[in-house]
Write a new protein. Structure first.
Length: 337
């Protein structure tokens, strides 16, 4: 938990305001720097290292045709991540971030690769359109496994991403239940459904939502509708916050995981920095509920942690500004007249 006192907060604002720039001229970068300083409890923060963890899992719902891509893509993309060919790999390499891939529950036989981190809860969830996606034991195991991974403090910044065909459906249902809103308002095109596909998805998710009460706590919502990767990511966000690590939250699915993490562990929310506004309908509602204004708006809707990676340089630069910029005093520059 962040427990910086009012002296620290005052000293922090003073440090930002006395940098060699007109007061407030670095705009939102100033609030970002302050946030990082609060998280790290120092006026000389640093965000020089970054680890992206991608959680992959499958969804029983995928078989009902809620996505424009087949379920096999989840497994094929895991191979692509391991071969370094996905957008997340390219962005991570380009920016100097590290990356690890976690099998949270990909359908079929376990993927066999030396670099893959296996935390399989099962071979995909059950079909949440018909009954609970997972058991109580499975949701608890997924959260616990994520929490342990997130708590490993190896980097200053943790980005979390996901891969799972059907997981925008799972996320829409989880968000709707946690927020007590109609799932129709939360449902979007995911990987790219056309109008007919979206209408069909809306109908299916509406029926799935009708199985349970309008409002559910985060654990129950994850159990009824979630995915192993979403629950594991929520746990990882909680673990990272507990370890004092800055968490950069990616797009729609990651924000739903952050919503769940904030519900399960309210003090974790102070460690979350929202990377970007996804083009997925429903993200705006979730961001609003979280009172979050993301750093970027690039029209992206890929997932994999790609938006989080792109936000990391801003986080890194904001920390460097506070740590390294001269003050009016130290540089001998005249302050405001
Ligand atoms: O992160 C986002 O905002 C986002 C928005 C739409 C789709 N995705 C990605 O697309 C996949 C889920 O889409 P769908 O249509 O299969 O539910 C999953 O692998 C996500 O990483 C991700
Ligand atoms: C190709 C592809 C890559 C992805 N990465 C994240 N979600 C994805 C969905 C698809 C379909």
């Amino acid at each position: 938990m962040i427990t910086q006192d009012t002296d620290f907060t005052a000293a922090l604002q003073h440090a930002i305001d006395t940098k060699t720039k007109p007061v407030g001229s670095l705009g939102r970068m100033e609030a970002l720097a302050a946030r990082i300083a609060q998280i790290q409890g120092t006026l000389k923060p640093s965000a020089e290292t970054c680890l992206l963890t991608i959680f992959a899992a499958d969804h029983g719902m995928a078989a009902a045709g809620v996505s424009s891509y087949p379920q096999d893509v989840t497994r094929q993309m895991v191979a692509n991540f391991l071969n370094g060919g996905a957008a997340a790999n390219v962005f991570a390499r380009s920016l100097g971030a590290d990356i690890r891939i976690v099998d949270s529950g990909v359908a079929g036989e376990p993927v066999d690769h030396p670099a893959l981190v296996s935390r399989r809860i099962g071979a995909g969830t059950a079909n949440a359109l018909e009954g609970p996606a997972m058991t109580g034991a499975q949701v608890d195991a997924a959260i616990a496994a994520g929490r342990a991974l997130g708590a490993e403090k190896t980097h200053a910044v943790a980005c979390f991403g996901e891969m799972g065909i059907g997981n925008t459906s799972a996320s829409s249902l989880v968000a709707a239940k946690v927020l007590g809103l109609p799932v129709e308002d939360m449902t979007g095109r995911g990987t790219g459904l056309d109008d007919a596909g979206l209408a069909r998805k809306r109908g299916l998710l509406g029926k799935a939502a009708a199985r349970t009460e309008a409002h559910l706590d985060a654990r129950t919502a994850l159990m009824e509708y979630g995915g192993f990767e979403i629950a594991m990511m929520a746990g990882a966000m909680m673990g990272a916050a507990q370890a004092g690590t800055i968490v950069i939250v990616d797009g729609f699915i990651a924000s739903v995981a952050a919503l769940c993490a904030s519900d399960l562990m309210p003090e974790a929310a102070a460690f979350f920095i929202y990377a970007h506004r996804s083009a997925e309908a429903g993200h705006a509602r979730v961001l609003e509920a979280l009172d979050a204004e993301p750093l970027l708006d690039l029209g992206m809707r890929l997932g994999e942690g790609t938006g989080a990676l792109l936000a990391w340089p801003l986080v890194k630069a904001a920390a460097a500004m506070l740590r390294e910029m001269a003050s009016f005093d130290s540089a001998g520059v005249s302050g405001p007249a």
